[in-house]
Ligand binder design. Structure first.
Ligand code: NZQ
Ligand code: ZN
Length: 386
């Protein structure tokens, strides 16, 4: 196992009817900005409950954070935060609203050009402080409710921002707030949580026994409850399990002390930025092809995945690995998520633009060891096409 530091300060407030507790969770004298998306939280009554929970505090609302939150939109929120002297941010929504709120928190006190914050990849940007933030999560998928990461869209690219100051102080996870999700978002969420787990697990062996067994537990659980929660959106126990699985997949625990490979996410981000393909869908397209091209490198962990997650014990190594890749694709398809790039209205001739975008964004040395160059990315994308 590699050396690691692990600290996760987010207080999770899990379960039914917890929004009334906002009054205890948010500082009494806070001036709060409540940030949300395109209106689902208004339509389904979550916003009213949040505002009631905040009681007599001064509240400023900021609506309109779009899926794949845009820098320009977030800058509008930042201007209001500065003008109104807001001192606490409460995100109410999915990953996009939570991530957008994290960027507002990071940039509000920043002196320089706010876009600089987006230029540090997985290394922390040079911020000295951030506004305190918290979330009410309405979509189980990204893990943003319990991690220090955000992804912001800027000038045609998607840029990660990671900083320990961006952990939410608390996150309210009430599974019943997610019952209103359309099936496509539930399916996207299952795929996103599944691939977060894979990108920290199907890498190189590192004797991370606790991390591996936990990852396998999350994967098996998603395979079990994904279809159940899709078919019965108001089955509380199934949805509660999905919510906790998605949070557990990306709160740092399974990735501590083991190699990580974010290739599928980095290529997927370009598909979203160029063609508007949903984040979860972009991962379902890319993941099987990453494995096909990287079978040698990931041999040991792919075999482990085949045996422990899919119970594949027949055939030689290659056959087992191929069967595990096929099972993964079938799982995504069974949730209604298409796994071929050609099925999303993209022309084969547009593959060049994806490779170009990877180059423009410096995504030229991906994988757990940084040896995945543009020529391999091109082969992955070509394989994912049809
Ligand atoms: O905008 P509203 O009207 O709220 O509608 C949203 C949006 O259209 C809707 N929705 C959310 N909760 C709902 C609901 N509709 C009905 N009922 C509810 N309870 O769902 C739509 C999609 O929302 P979005 O927040 O965009 O989805 P998701 O949670 O999948 O977030 C995706 C974003 O997260 C980033 C992605 O890149 C993408 O930008 N990621 C963030 C990560 C992180 N912070 O650690 C890691 C992930 O890998 C991911 O990259
Ligand atoms: Zn993701």
């Amino acid at each position: 196992m590699n050396n690691f530091d692990y600290r996760n300060p987010t207080h999770i407030v899990f379960g039914k009817d917890r929004l009334g507790e906002l009054d205890k969770l948010v500082p009494q004298d806070a001036k709060v900005m409540v940030l949300y998306g395109g209106g689902s939280v208004k339509r389904f009554g979550t916003l009213d409950k949040v505002l009631a929970g905040l009681g007599e505090r001064q509240v400023v609302e900021f609506a309109g954070i779009e899926p794949n939150p845009q820098f320009d939109t977030l800058m509008k929120a930042i201007e209001i935060v500065r003008a109104e002297k807001v001192d606490f941010l409460l995100a109410v929504g999915g990953g996009s609203v939570m991530d957008g709120t994290k960027f507002v928190a990071a940039a509000a006190n920043y002196d320089g050009d706010e876009a600089d914050i987006l230029k540090h990849g997985f290394a922390p940007p040079p911020i000295e402080s951030a506004l305190p933030l918290a979330t009410v999560a309405t979509l189980p998928a990204t893990g943003s409710e319990m991690n220090m990461g955000a992804v912001v869209s800027y000038q045609g690219g998607k840029f990660p921002v990671m900083h320990p100051l961006l952990f939410p102080q608390f996150s309210v996870l009430d599974p019943s707030l997610t019952f209103s999700l359309p099936p496509v978002q539930v399916a996207n969420g299952v795929v996103d949580a599944f691939v977060h787990t894979l990108e920290q697990y199907v890498t190189l062996p590192a004797n991370g026994h606790i991390q591996d067994r936990t990852a396998e537990g999350i994967l098996k659980t998603l395979i079990e409850i994904g279809p159940v929660t899709l078919a019965n959106p108001e089955d509380y126990e199934a949805r509660a399990t999905l919510v906790w699985a998605a949070t557990s997949a990306l709160n740092g625990f399974i990735g501590a002390g083991v190699p990580q490979d974010w290739t599928t996410h980095m290529i997927g981000h370009e598909l979203t930025a160029l063609f508007g393909i949903d984040h979860g869908q972009s991962l379902a397209i890319i993941q099987p092809s990453v494995w096909k091209l990287r079978k040698q490198k990931k041999h040991a962990k792919l075999l482990q995945y085949a045996e422990r997650v899919w119970d594949i014990t027949e055939g030689d190594d290659d056959q087992r690995i191929d069967a595990a890749i096929a099972k993964t694709r079938e799982f995504f398809e069974s949730l209604g998520v298409k796994t071929r790039l050609s099925e999303y209205g993209v022309e084969k001739s547009q593959i060049d633009s994806i490779v170009q975008a990877l180059e423009d964004h410096g995504m030229v040395a991906l994988s757990e060891t940084g040896d995945l160059d543009l020529s391999i990315s091109r082969q992955i994308i070509e394989d994912a096409y049809a």
